[in-house]
Design a protein around this ligand. Structure first.
Ligand SMILES: [Zn+2]
Ligand SMILES: [Zn+2]
Length: 416
């Protein structure tokens, strides 16, 4: 037997309705906010992520699925959703169309991580990207969209916001961090000692207890914002307030990717017993330029679909099942089977979810199967029914029966 690769998961037929539900909600809400879907490839040139996501991030350093293809090109399975969209934006000249450009995507994402609860090597993300909106109103809109999606999924969350500043304030902040950690280098983990020289901000991401403790008293970015970044942040807070969205400023949210500027945010679950981020995002004003396009501000977020589903289950959210099989047409004998086949075809053409035997079973076994697939009604066709042209329709929930003409079955069920 061949097993599924570590860190991946099947979505089985009896569970896929849950995925449809989340994806449908995501599409509906995105559409209400006037976003259109974009689909980009599962793999890109590795260079895109090196330049887009940042060479000093954990994602790029440790977690990418990178390989040489048969043409010796370095290819990477996308580790996040934004870089591919940014590439497409530039390559397809989307900036020549209606701006801001508002898009969303649903995509698999690959990271070579140690699989643990809720962390997979392949997971799926719903994400949005808005290009060309430089004001805090766009940030607020993106946050509102995320909030209304999480609400509609029945998740209880808390919103944390922060500002990462622009390169100007970031430089001042990085210097401050360096100053703070200068006499604590021996207490940092080896990765963080490297980060100290390359990108001290990333120390705030460290999951090592020792580093985490030192970070608690580290300088906060909010104290180093330039005038413009500070005004942007204040405006965002005001917009969230007038929209009735509660938030808390958390100066330690830096997100794991280098491309963020100004606003960053995370929605964290408040459900008992679980913790962690359900959805996070922010602004990336330099990404498009970094990838070779004309300077264009961007803002967006990503939400892990597996994670959302897991939290929905923990919160006891009941996801409605999809429409079941309306009618199963059982038959006895070859002639009756031909009739059943014809009837089922015409039912399906009329939009009725209908099924019949495909295993050469006897009537009793056909009824058992109808039960297994939760058919709402069963119609039986045998020699007598062929002669009289009339058949019995049985409602499986209570055994109630009714007669109808075989030739009128399609009409009969279209109105059920
Ligand atoms: Zn700034
Ligand atoms: Zn560390």
């Amino acid at each position: 037997m061949i097993n599924i690769p570590k860190g991946t998961k099947d979505v089985l037929p009896n569970d896929s309705f849950k995925w449809h539900y989340v994806e449908r909600k995501a599409r509906e809400i995105a559409s209400k906010y006037c976003l259109k879907e974009i689909r980009t490839p599962t793999f890109e040139h590795t260079e895109l992520f090196l330049r887009g996501v940042g060479e000093t991030t954990d994602v790029v350093n440790k977690e990418m699925y990178t390989f040489l293809d048969k043409g010796e090109r370095s290819i990477t399975l996308k580790p996040e959703g934004t870089a591919g969209v940014a590439r497409s934006f530039i390559e397809n000249g989307l900036f020549n169309g209606a701006m801001p450009l508002k898009t969303y995507y649903i995509t698999p994402v690959f990271r070579y991580e140690n699989p643990q609860k809720g962390r997979l090597r392949e997971h799926h993300q719903f994400g949005i990207e808005i290009y060309g909106g430089k004001g805090a109103d766009t940030d607020a809109e993106v946050i509102l969209l995320a909030k209304s999606l999480l609400d509609s999924l029945g998740l209880h969350v808390k919103l944390y916001i922060n500002s990462m500043g622009c390169p100007t304030c970031r430089k001042a902040y990085n210097d401050a961090l360096k100053g703070y950690f200068a006499d604590k280098l021996d207490k940092l983990c080896s990765t963080c000692r490297e980060r100290y020289y390359k990108n001290p901000l990333r120390i705030l991401d460290c999951k090592e207890e020792g580093c985490k403790e030192l970070c608690v008293s580290a300088p906060k970015i909010t104290g180093y914002l330039c005038e413009e970044c500070s005004a942007h942040f204040e405006k965002l807070k005001k917009l969230l307030e007038i929209s009735g969205v509660e938030y808390e400023v958390n100066p330690y949210i830096v997100r794991g990717l280098d491309y963020y500027t100004k606003t960053v945010f995370e929605f964290v679950t408040t459900a008992l017993g679980s913790q962690g981020t359900v959805c996070g995002g922010g602004r990336y004003d330099n990404l498009i330029e970094q990838l070779g396009g004309a300077p264009t501000p961007g803002v967006g977020f990503g939400m892990g679909i597996e994670r959302a589903l897991m939290l929905m289950e923990e919160e006891g959210v009941v996801i409605p099942e999809e429409e079941g099989v309306k009618v199963y047409v059982a038959s006895m004998g070859d002639d009756a089977y031909f009739k059943a086949f014809e009837v089922v075809s015409s039912l399906r053409k009329k939009g009725v979810k209908a099924e019949l035997d495909h295993a050469g079973r006897g009537v009793k076994a056909q009824f058992k199967y109808a039960d297994k697939i939760n058919a709402e009604y069963v119609v039986t066709i045998g020699d007598n029914e062929l002669i009289s042209g009339v058949c019995v329709v049985k409602r499986m929930s209570d055994g109630y029966t009714e007669e109808t003409k075989i030739s009128e079955l399609a009409e009969y069920f279209t109105n059920k």
